[in-house]
Design a binder for this molecule. Structure first.
Ligand code: URA
Length: 235
């Protein structure tokens, strides 16, 4: 792909804008030599205003989603894309969140511009485990683990029962729940089905990938070995 198109696709501006960056000598190699639109240069060697060029397509990010931001492109309030650099919102192919977390759910949220990878993560067949920690309004009854694990729990207004999910009790009102599906408000509705209410919900892992020490609101690009963790069993 021509450098102009590659750089424009990464959100640096229209092709015309990027042609202007070349003319102004703002696109250089590692040694500071000015590059021209027809040059063939490894991605990692390209600098714009002395800064490394944004990562090429195939980008995977993880974010520690904070409270109160929505997983949508447009919303009257703050959206998760507002937490990323503005260029990331106008890349081609587009960067999308991998599934969604509710506005009031915090924790591990993935983004990618790789449609096939996104599908591999969210397809129910893929059986990627999502692990949540829930704080509940009332004490657990004691039968939740058996019910959630049964594969027979039918959520209100659904026709298919939920696949078995694993519940670990962490305290009277605290539980860790591992699910392989991603139905609408799934975790909140599962506890609602037991007469309880989720007061706080945090996703702590997707497969064996965890947030580590990423603070709320922060994000970072994932390395290939970290992407592979998504498809491993949660620890
Ligand atoms: N289940 C929910 O109810 N909410 C989320 O955000 C994720 C899973």
């Amino acid at each position: 792909m021509k450098l102009v198109k590659l750089i424009a696709n990464l959100g640096y501006g229209s092709r015309k804008d990027v042609a202007q960056l070349f003319r102004a000598g703002r696109i250089t190699d590692l040694q500071g030599e000015v590059l021209y639109a027809d040059d063939v240069v490894p991605h990692a060697h390209i600098r714009v205003d002395d800064e490394p060029l944004d990562p090429p397509p195939g980008l995977v990010l993880m974010m520690h989603k904070p409270l109160g931001v929505t997983c949508s492109r447009k919303d009257p309030g703050r959206v998760v894309y507002d937490l990323l650099p503005p260029r990331y919102g106008v890349r081609t192919p587009a960067l999308s969140s991998v599934g969604r977390l509710d506005r009031d759910t915090t924790g591990l949220l993935l983004f990618t511009d790789d449609g096939a990878l996104l599908h591999r993560i969210i397809a129910p067949k893929a059986q990627v485990t999502k692990v949540y920690e829930a704080t509940l309004a009332q004490d657990l009854r004691g039968d939740e683990a058996a019910l959630f694990g049964s594969g027979t729990l039918l959520l209100e207004s659904e026709k298919e029962p939920l696949a078995p999910a694993q519940l670990e009790v962490l305290g009277p009102r605290q539980a860790r729940l591992s699910v392989t599906e991603g139905r609408y408000h799934q975790v909140r509705r599962m506890f609602a089905a037991t007469g309880n209410h989720v007061e706080a919900l945090r996703r702590i892992a997707v497969g064996a990938l965890t947030l580590g020490d990423l603070p709320p609101g922060a994000w970072r690009a994932l390395e290939a070995d970290e992407v592979a963790l998504i498809f491993r069993a949660a620890e």
